[in-house]
Design a protein around this ligand. Structure first.
Ligand code: ATP
Length: 602
């Protein structure tokens, strides 16, 4: 921590002293670089942190610059008033660009945002108000009492302060709840939604943030160059910005700034050879994507890992601890006893009927098993219940409310949580951050607090970290808190996913094949964990192929075959049902898979 502060202080002092060693041309180049660093930080937030393809950053930049130019020269407004209006206009454009993000997937956004960038250049080249291909000149010098901003040396300090604020704010967002939810969305939007992250609004927020940075960059550019023309906001600069973010390291805002500075210097060196420059950026981008996907920012971490490997692992290896059961709580008697009612649900995929008029009712406090041969519709049923699929017919009621076709994040916020058959942990977040995403119930619409109440955000984040550590301690995962989940053995990943699902404080927990890939001891521990979760007042539905586990754990079992419910009842009773035995034998499983003695499989 101390060495990091010392490094920041050193960089700050060096940045402050930099103009003393530069001639007038060099300071101009540096001033342009700082503007690109601000733009790249905004692009990094949208693309690297939130995972939203945004090719409109250059258009945001252009809107900021042009609106400043038009308002100062044509409407006669002061520079700073125009600057404020310019950023507001950029945010409005950001809202428009972000609207498709509410519905379409990220790769289509690439086309939408590219279209916007092209339309913008086309418009400014042809419109009268923008001065056509000639552009707008004679933008007035921004006035700041006591500081002559016509001097590029002093303008540098204005830009430096804005960049420091922009980067500081970006890092604050990335390292607290909003940024964590964005990163979770980037890693796995389905899992993020199932934990209550409002994915469409988060995407929109990413575009708004990018637009603010674009607008601020545009204002600074108008004030620096005092002339705007279409070529500054064209595809070539868009490509340059993309290259800066990819080469610097799109998942790190500091990487984006490093990328902006390095590439801008290279561009300067190759200013007389633009074609070579374009080919060089393209080649370096491809090399980085293939050989160093984390960009320049990821190199120190890679070097650290290599060094550790060479020296051999130091210190004690992290170990899985025991699970500490919850305090049992009795279900409140005054509430309805039905937790979930699925009525006549049908789910068709083109010609295939994956669910055929499936009905089941799960009572509060129950552990319900859902079993059936492969392809019988179990996971589809979970996907319908948890909102990933809208059923073709029928109704899903959760806690007495009709929630048919509701979105995963609404269901999550209503108290439903789930795990996935193939594990959907956020791979680039740490284990602790995975749990933090589930614990954090902040609404995306309350993100204005990042501007008006940052201290409250920090305080809340500290409290969430405390809660996350308590969850990890309870599940014996404390040693893994700072590690990325994909580096962990499968059994531990399964436990992390359950801990994460329970951290969302559900009243109904859906577990999709939680024992898949676990060894006998791990299955026994899982059984204890699920029982303890239920005893803490959570209703559980579990899909499982491990019949020993199902038989010993579940009070009731629903059996699906061919998308239909073929039996339901207590385990021993269901195991004797001829239709069930036939379904399993038809699936070429041995009838031994349906033990009459309820015991956990080892
Ligand atoms: N998104 C989809 N598009 C098309 N078909 C699908 C889709 N999801 C599931 N299916 C089909 O629906 C049927 C039921 O699949 P589902 O995954 O629900 O079965 P399952 O009982 O969970 O199987 P398993 O035990 O192997 O996980 C299968 O035939 C599957 O191919």
């Amino acid at each position: 921590m101390r060495s990091r502060l010392a490094l920041i202080a050193l960089i700050a002092v060096a940045a402050w002293l930099l103009p003393y060693g530069l001639d007038s041309y060099a300071i101009h180049v540096v001033n342009v670089i700082l503007i690109f660093a601000i733009l790249a930080t905004g692009l990094g937030l949208a693309m690297g942190i939130a995972g939203q393809v945004n090719l409109a950053q250059v258009a945001f930049f252009g809107v900021g610059a042009y609106v400043t130019a038009i308002l100062t020269t044509r409407a006669g407004l002061g520079f700073w008033v125009s600057a404020l209006l310019a950023v507001a206009a950029t945010v409005a454009i950001g809202l428009v660009v972000g609207t498709p993000a509410l519905r379409v997937q990220s790769h289509y956004l690439g086309i939408v945002t590219l279209g916007l960038a092209l339309a913008f250049t086309n418009w400014v080249t042809n419109a009268e108000i923008t001065g056509g291909a000639e552009g707008i000149s004679a933008i007035p010098v921004p006035v700041l009492p006591g500081v002559d901003l016509s001097s590029e040396y002093l303008y540098y300090y204005l830009e430096l302060i804005v960049l420091a604020l922009a980067l500081g704010f970006g890092l604050f967002v990335v390292r607290t709840g909003l940024g964590r939810r964005m990163r979770a969305m980037r890693d796995d939007s389905l899992a993020a939604g199932s934990l209550g992250a409002e994915v469409p609004l988060l995407r929109m927020t990413a575009f708004l943030l990018a637009s603010v940075y674009g607008g601020v960059g545009g204002v600074l550019y108008a004030g620096l160059i005092r002339y705007v023309a279409p070529e500054s906001f064209g595809i070539a600069n868009m490509f340059l910005l993309l290259a800066m973010v990819i080469i610097g390291g799109r998942q790190s805002l500091i990487g984006c700034v490093v990328g902006a500075v390095s590439l801008a210097l290279v561009r300067e060196a190759l200013v007389d050879h633009p074609t070579i420059a374009q080919v060089a950026y393209g080649t370096v981008v491809v090399l980085v994507v293939v050989f160093a996907p984390t960009g320049l920012a990821g190199l120190p971490a890679r070097a650290r890992v290599l060094r550790q490997r060479r020296r051999g692992r130091q210190g004690a290896a992290p170990r899985l601890g025991p699970f500490t059961p919850y305090e049992p709580t009795a279900a409140p008697p005054d509430q309805a006893t039905t937790m979930l009612r699925v009525a006549e649900v049908t789910m068709r995929f083109r010609g295939l009927k994956a669910l055929d008029r499936v009905s089941l009712t799960v009572d509060r406090g129950e552990i319900r098993g859902v079993v059936g041969p492969n392809g019988s519709g179990k996971t589809t049923l979970f996907n319908v219940i948890s909102g990933l699929y809208r059923p073709t017919g029928g109704r899903v009621e959760f806690r007495g409310r009709d929630m048919t076709g509701s979105t995963p994040y609404r269901l999550a916020r209503a108290g439903m949580s789930r795990t996935f058959q193939n594990l959907r942990l956020f791979g680039d977040l740490t284990v602790e951050e995975n749990v933090l995403v589930a614990l954090d119930r902040s609404r995306t619409l309350s993100s204005w607090r990042y501007l008006l109440g940052p201290v409250g955000i920090l305080r809340r984040d500290r409290e969430l970290h405390r809660q996350a550590r308590a969850v990890l301690d309870r599940y014996g995962l404390a040693d893994f808190a700072g590690l990325p989940p994909k580096s962990l053995p499968y059994g531990i990943q399964r436990r992390v996913e359950i801990a994460r699902a329970v951290a969302a404080a559900p009243s109904l927990l859906l577990l999709d094949e939680p024992a898949a890939g676990l060894n006998g001891e791990e299955v026994r521990q899982l059984s204890d964990i699920v029982r303890a979760i239920r005893d803490s007042g959570v209703t559980v539905i579990v899909i499982e192929h491990n019949m020993g586990l199902v038989m010993s754990l579940c009070e009731r079992i629903t059996v699906l075959a061919g998308g239909r419910v073929i039996a339901e009842g207590e385990p021993a009773q269901v195991a004797r049902t001829p239709a069930v035995i036939e379904a399993y034998l038809g699936d070429s499983m041995s009838s031994d898979d349906l033990p009459s003695v309820p015991e956990v499989t080892r």
